[in-house]
Design a binder for this molecule. Structure first.
Ligand code: TPP
Length: 504
């Protein structure tokens, strides 16, 4: 870890003394931006990212995105400054009274070492824990005077993280899959995280299994134009059962069973269907309400299933049909925006999204068909994906175009990330889906039978002005004929370029 994402204060300054030449410091102007950028960077590089925050106040600002990193299973090593040990009894300015308790529920391990001499080993341990499956954030509180103490060097070590499946259970699933009349797979973010994309495609093709995406998946784990791709499961129990009806076997790969958004009742899977789950997260496996779970890396689990002989022939089921093309019209409709982006974007571009009410339209009109090319937040906590896009761009923009798609509401939770994008001179394209409010909440209000919503309109935000003031370029588009040229130019921009799209 040689890139440090941070926002410094007095208790972190000694950290910069003799700052090594082979490290770089990436400044975020608010701590949720710092953690969001580190999350995107860690996911894009496949390695833990290092963070430095300012005492309790900085960790407090960061908590929303620490929660999201925990749900995203993103490996992060978060350090935070603490006041000097000798004045801790006197409740000094900018200290943290319960430094490790503050982030505790949403980090895998947290520690304030008892002695300065123990800090390096604690950072090493935090790294290994963050990288062990399921990955996640870890936290170390470091008193300010510790940086000036002499310690022993921490030995370089090798740790194996591979989780192999139980062979007996692989045989049981394999035999059951071979006997199944109509299998379905449910793929979650664990497939993409484990680089098991090609193996899952091969397994689905071999078994003629329809493939659904698990509710609220934060990554894309199956090519969305594949003939076996069935679509996206909603986060509602009854509707999931309906989607999966007719299947006698459901194999969930790298997916919780299931992530719900609203209360539901009745069975979790259709009557007569048997559920199997392969997941690297023992605690998620433990709360699955039904079926057989194998705790393993998805890659190893699927590899093991692929070593079996071919199953008997089955008829090919029909996946989802492509969405019908839409025409331009005058004002810009959401389908037209997504369709235009799909037409213009480079094939190997990466999408980072946080635009709640347009997600379904995006899923229909902007299919993703490559691994490691879609990121969103698993937690539902807004304010993650704009800085995460900057982190992904920091890792990948030398070879791939990063395109952010953010609702006007979502973008405002961590808009300072635009400054970091400009400061880092990242060639990226930021699309604001601007409907002037919190549309997702209006849609949701019918569920709770609320006629009139308050606090959901956001008129008058000048996104182009905001972008320019933070060092980016920007353009606003209000009519459909202007959309294509504006997006085409933004997709070529050598610096971060924001396109504020007024959608109908
Ligand atoms: C941190 C946080 N605060 C509040 C919410 C509740 N919330 C869910 S969707 C939404 C609206 C987001 O607005 P926008 O990004 O413009 O997307 P739209 O709903 O208009 O599609 C809000 C406020 C949340 N999910 N996370």
């Amino acid at each position: 870890m040689t890139t440090i994402f941070g926002n410094p204060g007095s208790t972190e300054l000694p950290f910069f003394r003799e700052f090594p030449d082979d490290f770089r410091y990436v400044l975020g102007l608010q701590e949720s931006v710092v953690v969001g950028m580190a999350d995107g960077y860690a996911q894009a590089t496949g390695n833990a990212a290092l963070i430095n925050l300012h005492s309790a106040a900085g960790v407090g600002h960061a908590m929303g995105n620490i929660f999201t990193a925990y749900r995203n299973r993103t490996p992060l090593v978060i350090t935070a400054g603490q006041q000097a040990r000798s004045i801790l009894p006197y409740e000094p300015f900018l200290f943290a009274s319960e430094a490790t308790k503050l982030p505790e529920p949403y980090v895998k391990w947290c520690n304030e070492p008892a002695r300065a001499e123990d800090v390096p080993a604690a950072i090493a341990r935090a790294y290994y824990v963050a990288m062990q499956a399921p990955c996640g954030p870890t936290f170390i509180s470091i008193p300010v005077d510790d940086w000036d103490r002499t310690t022993d060097r921490v030995a370089k070590r090798t740790l194996s993280h591979s989780l192999h499946p139980d062979p007996g259970l692989v045989t049981a699933i394999g035999e059951r899959l071979d006997r199944s009349a109509r299998p379905a797979f449910v793929v979650g973010p664990g497939v993409d995280r484990d680089n098991a994309w090609d193996e899952v495609v091969r397994l689905a093709e071999r078994h003629q299994a329809l493939v659904w995406v698990s509710p609220m998946s934060s990554r894309c784990s199956f090519p969305e134009r594949h003939r076996l791709f069935a679509g996206f499961l909603p986060a509602i129990r009854e509707q999931i059962v309906k989607c999966l009806e007719g299947h006698d076997l459901i194999l969930a790969l790298g997916a919780p069973v299931f992530t719900y958004h609203i209360e539901g009742f009745g069975p979790h899977v259709p009557a007569g269907a048997e559920l199997f789950q392969m997941i690297d997260d023992a605690s998620v496996a433990a709360w699955s309400p039904t079926g057989t779970s194998i705790v393993c890396s998805v890659r190893h689990g699927v590899d093991a299933l692929l070593t079996r002989a071919d199953p008997p022939d089955r008829p090919t089921p029909r996946g989802r049909s492509a969405a019908p093309p839409v025409s331009a019209g005058d004002r810009i409709s959401m389908p037209y925006l997504m369709q235009t982006l799909a037409d213009l974007r480079p094939a190997d571009s990466i999408i980072v999204e946080e635009s709640p009410s347009s997600r379904r339209t995006m899923q229909a009109y902007l299919p993703i068909d490559r691994p490691n090319s879609f990121f969103t937040c698993a937690s539902g906590g807004l304010g993650h994906s704009l800085p995460a896009a900057v982190g992904v761009a920091l890792a990948k923009s030398a070879t791939q175009r990063i395109i952010g798609i953010f609702g006007d509401g979502s973008a405002m939770y961590s808009i300072q990330a635009l400054w970091s994008a400009a400061d880092l001179k990242l060639p990226m394209t930021i699309v604001i889906v601007n409907n002037g409010g919190y549309a997702a909440l209006s849609e949701f209000s019918s569920h709770f039978n609320i006629k009139q919503l308050v606090g959901t309109k956001l008129p008058g935000i000048d996104f182009v002005g905001l972008a320019r003031s933070l060092g980016c370029t920007g353009v606003r588009v209000e009519c459909a004929p202007d959309l294509g040229p504006a997006l085409a130019a933004a997709l070529q921009s050598p610096v971060p370029c924001l396109v504020d799209v007024a959608v109908a």
